[in-house]
Design a protein around this ligand. Structure first.
Ligand code: HEM
Length: 285
C-alpha cells in the first residue's frame, strides 16, 4: 500500500499521478485523534497555567476597556480565507469519498479567491501590520524550553505572559504558511491542465513526471491541511480560547483578558499610544 498512485506513460516509464486517497482518512483520523488526546489531557492531566510574577501593569486608565486586536481588513481577510479553504477542502475530497459533482470549477474558483486573499495578506502584513509579531522571538524560545522542562517535572522558572501571539499560534502560522504556499504554487501550475478564464489549457506544458510530482505535492499539502484545519477549528471553539475567536469577529478583546494572558511590555497597547502614534494601529493585525 504505497503513499502514491503510479501509472505507466506511453514510453513504459512509471510516473506518479496522485497521492493514494486513503491518506485523506489518515489526516482526518490524525486530526480527530489530536483533539481527543488534547481534551483528555486538559481534563485529567494539565496543571493550571502559571506565569512569572505579574509584569508592571500600566495603570487601568492607560489600557482601553476594549483592546483592539484585529483591524477590519485583517478580519475580512481571515474569513474570506477560511471560507475559500473550506470550499477547497470539500470540493477536493468529497468526490474522493464518493460524492460526485462538477467539483473542478468550484475548486479553481475557490483556489483563485484563496490565492488573491493570501497575496493581499502578505502585502497588508508587510506594510500595515506589525510584521515581527507573528515570528517566534528569543523570549518565546526561552519560555518554550522552560515549559518543556516543567512538563517533564524538572525545575524551571515560570514563563512570561505572551506577546501579541503565543508561541503555539506562531508555530501554527508557520506551518500553515509552508503548506499553504505549497498548495497554492502547485494549484496555480495545475490550472494549465484545466479550462479556466486565466490561461490557455496546455497539458503538454510539462513532462508526465513533472505533472505527476506537482499533483502529488498538491495532494500531500491538501491532506496536511485537513489535519491543520481540524486543529485550528478545535482551538477556535475551546472555551478558554473564545475571547480570541471573538476578537476575530468583533476586532477587540477585553482589558481583563489582555492583562491575564499578555505581557503589556511585549504587546504594547495604551490609550495614549493609540492617539499619539500609528504603532497601536499596527498592533491590530
Ligand atoms: C485547501 C486547499 C486545497 C486543497 C485541499 C486541494 C486539494 C486538491 C486535490 C486533492 C486535488 C486532486 C489532485 C489529484 O487529482 O491528484 C486538487 C486538484 C486541483 N486543485 Fe486543489 N487544493 C487546494 C487548493 C488549491 C488552490 C489554491 C488552487 C489554485 C490556485 C487549486 C487548484 C487545483 C486544480 C487546478 C486542480 C486540478 C484539477 C484537475 O486536474 O482535474 N487547488 N486539489
Amino acid at each position: 500500500m504505497g503513499l502514491i498512485q503510479w501509472a505507466t506513460d506511453p514510453w513504459g516509464l512509471s510516473v506518479p499521478i496522485h497521492i493514494a486517497w486513503f491518506l485523506i482518512w489518515v489526516a482526518l483520523i490524525a486530526g480527530i485523534a489530536f483533539l481527543i488526546g488534547h481534551v483528555v489531557y486538559v481534563r485529567y492531566f494539565a496543571k493550571p497555567r502559571q506565569f512569572t510574577a505579574d509584569p508592571p501593569t500600566p495603570s487601568e486608565t492607560e489600557i482601553p476597556e476594549r483592546v483592539a486586536r484585529h483591524s477590519i481588513a485583517a478580519r475580512t481577510f481571515h474569513w474570506i480565507m477560511a471560507a475559500s479553504m473550506l470550499v477547497l477542502l470539500f470540493t477536493a475530497f468529497l468526490p474522493k469519498a464518493g460524492v460526485q459533482f462538477d467539483w473542478v470549477t468550484y475548486h479553481w474558483i475557490a483556489g483563485t479567491v484563496l490565492t488573491a486573499s493570501i497575496l493581499f495578506h502578505v502585502f497588508h502584513a508587510s506594510f500595515w501590520l506589525d510584521f515581527g509579531s507573528i515570528w517566534p522571538d528569543r523570549i518565546d524560545m526561552k519560555d518554550a524550553w522552560h515549559r518543556t522542562r516543567a512538563f517533564f517535572g524538572r525545575p524551571a522558572p515560570l514563563p512570561r505572559r505572551f506577546a501579541k501571539y503565543p508561541l503555539e499560534n506562531k508555530l501554527y502560522h508557520g506551518a500553515i504558511m509552508i503548506v499553504g504556499t505549497a498548495v497554492i504554487a502547485t494549484g496555480i501550475c495545475m490550472m494549465f491542465r484545466i479550462r479556466t478564464i486565466f490561461f490557455t489549457r496546455d497539458p503538454y506544458l510539462l513532462s508526465d513526471m513533472t505533472w505527476g510530482t506537482i499533483y502529488v505535492l498538491h495532494g500531500l499539502a491538501g491532506v496536511g491541511l485537513i489535519a491543520l484545519i481540524i486543529v485550528h477549528i478545535y482551538f477556535g471553539v475551546r472555551p478558554e480560547k473564545q475571547p480570541i475567536t471573538k476578537s476575530m469577529i468583533f476586532g477587540w478583546m477585553s482589558r481583563e483578558f489582555y492583562l491575564d494572558e499578555h505581557d503589556p511590555a511585549r504587546w504594547i497597547v495604551s490609550r495614549q499610544q493609540a492617539s499619539r502614534t500609528p504603532v497601536a494601529s499596527r498592533s491590530e493585525d
